[in-house]
Design a protein around this ligand. Structure first.
Ligand code: FE
Ligand code: FE
Ligand code: ZN
Length: 277
């Protein structure tokens, strides 16, 4: 069965997100660990977290994804920015253990003119400072569109980061369909070729989740503007091939399309209707 959900607001707490996901026909979801701009996180209620864990078991949810604030930059030029990213992510990972065994996704960072190599080094150093052998959470590097000085729009860059992280078994990749298309990978006409390249450079066993988005811009545009399913340059047929691909179809798929809840429910139902399993 297709595992699919959408990005949800965490403002009403953990169990409320789980119930909302069920109402939308979802069996996974994503949420921001705190305000996406990176301010303080709300106090975590262990009972609320436990209620979500129970609901997820009862409803046979796939893994859920916590998304780090997108303003964090492990490879910022100023040390105080890198330190802030590390401390925030370390706190997020502590909180993640209240919902054991789930996924924590983050944007690798922007090298802001220091160069890709320097960026990759800072990102790996940051991860090495905050990962612990005991953690049950898998940390995911998100594939990026290559806007500005973003690190992680090429599979080679992601592989280099993984190679430099000591606790590599706690790391994986989240592939964003809008971002990889914007980065220049032709998932519209050659999904097989893109996945073969992913497998050769990173290894498909490292792929743990998919962000399912259409893109307002054509392949290689480096813009990162998400579109609703079927209303962008990727299109419904190509996205249906993504959810049905044998190498991908067991992964959790999360919509980050510009929708309110009814729009998400409709896209979840559409993708389920197009799923061949
Ligand atoms: Fe993201
Ligand atoms: Fe994404
Ligand atoms: Zn994006």
């Amino acid at each position: 069965m297709l595992h699919i959900g959408c990005h949800l607001s965490s403002s009403k707490g953990y169990a409320a997100m789980g119930r909302q996901a069920v109402e939308l026909g979802a069996d996974t979801f994503q949420f921001f660990t705190r305000n996406p701009r990176g301010s303080r996180a709300k106090e975590l209620d262990p009972d609320d977290a436990q209620a979500l864990v129970a609901l997820m078991q009862e409803r046979h949810f796939a893994h859920i994804i916590a998304h780090a604030p997108y303003t964090l930059n492990l490879c910022g030029a100023e040390e105080k920015n890198r330190t802030f990213a590390r401390e925030t992510m370390a706190d997020d990972l502590y909180r993640m253990e209240f919902t054991p065994g789930q996924l924590y996704n983050f944007h690798p960072g922007s090298h802001v003119g220091q160069g890709i190599e320097a960026g990759i080094n800072f990102i790996a150093d940051g991860l090495n400072a905050i990962l612990s052998p005991e953690q049950t959470t898998t940390v995911l590097l998100e594939t990026m569109a290559g806007k500005g000085s973003e690190v992680g729009s090429r599979f080679e860059e992601l592989r280099e980061i993984l190679d430099r992280v000591h606790l590599g078994s706690h790391m994986g990749i989240c592939l964003d369909t809008c971002h990889v298309s914007d980065a220049g990978y032709d998932i519209i006409h050659d999904l097989d070729g893109v996945l073969t390249e992913f497998d050769r450079i990173i290894g498909l066993q490292r792929l743990k989740a998919i962000h399912l988005n259409d893109s307002l811009n054509p392949t290689g545009a480096h813009k990162d503007r998400h579109a609703k399913i079927g209303e962008g340059c990727i299109g419904t047929d190509a996205l249906a091939r993504v959810v049905n691909h044998p190498a991908l179809r067991d992964l959790p798929f999360v919509l980050e399309t510009p929708n309110e809840l009814p729009g998400y429910a409709a896209e979840i139902s559409l993708m389920r209707s197009l799923s061949i399993t």
